[in-house]
Design a protein around this ligand. Sequence first.
Ligand SMILES: [Zn+2]
Ligand SMILES: [Zn+2]
Length: 365
Amino acid sequence: MNMRAAVLREHSLRMPIECVAVDEPRAHEVLVRVVATGICHTDIKVAQVPGLSPRPIVLGHEGAGVVEKVGANVTKLAPGDHVVMTFDSCGACPTCAVGKPSYCHEVAAVCFSGKRLDGSTTLSGDGGAIHGNFFGQSSFATHAIANERNAIKVRKDAPLELLGPLGCGLQTGSGAVLNSLGLRAGQTIAVFGVGAVGLAAVMAARIAGASRIFAIDVVPERLALARELGATHVIDGGKSDALREILAATGTGVDHALDTTANDKCIEQAIDCVGPLGTCGLIANKSPAQTAPVKILGSMLRGRTIRGIVQGDSVPDIFIPRLVDFFMDGRFPFDRLVKFYPFEQIAEALRDADSGVAIKPILRM
Ligand SMILES: [Zn+2]
Ligand SMILES: [Zn+2]
């Protein structure tokens, strides 16, 4: 079947929309008509940095749509189901087996290789094979082949075109708070960086009943939005010392901190602001070689935990429908973060995501 897809052939944000053939779904795959897809910073990074994924490739990993066809062995989904596509995982490795699929041993193969595990591609064009399967979906297209595992059924009364970002960025921030850090009612948290991931963390902290939620950023509009979405303290990191302000307000530091910025100074402050038996979660990086400054004595004396977090430790079949329920109940108003673009304006949407003009761009197919 032919469809339209944004094909990346170089190392830039240039992804012209082309006519691309998409395969029939195999045994455990589904064909999804993409209704809309979010743009995440991982799309931008993979587009610009050589070596992270092959070319030509169709990126996009926050797709939402309607199941059109299912493979012979698919039991979880049926045509007509509404789905959010999320990261893919193998389902068979030790971390998948213990319900931590975001740390799947096969993540490089299933999310970044652009191919099925047997080496075939789901997409092809005039010039031959085109890599698909990006995060098990490649959603910058009118149709996507997903695996049954990473296509998550959602309720039909929810606005489907809004839901794609739950599959990555919003799941990452909210899951970090609710799953990874396990924030309990009455605890405190500092969120460094309030883009889409950080704002999702702020909303989740409010859902969990945090007593104090510190939001740190350098963009006044984002800080204002963070306050509306639940932050009790907002700190402009460009104007004041976030660490000093947090310690002044809490005495011993916060129970949890989350860095979403990958900024060295923010990471240092995120670790240093964590009080006794607290945890600092790291969910962003500038490069594989980036290191974090950890004060060993201060961390020893406080029994601090510093941990990496991917996809908010989500078990997507459970967590994404839960986030949809939170949204429908008015407790997770992530529609406030979103800006819609027609698919044809993907270049502008990518530019606005990269520059930060749009917190969470969504392409309407
Ligand atoms: Zn696995
Ligand atoms: Zn992402």
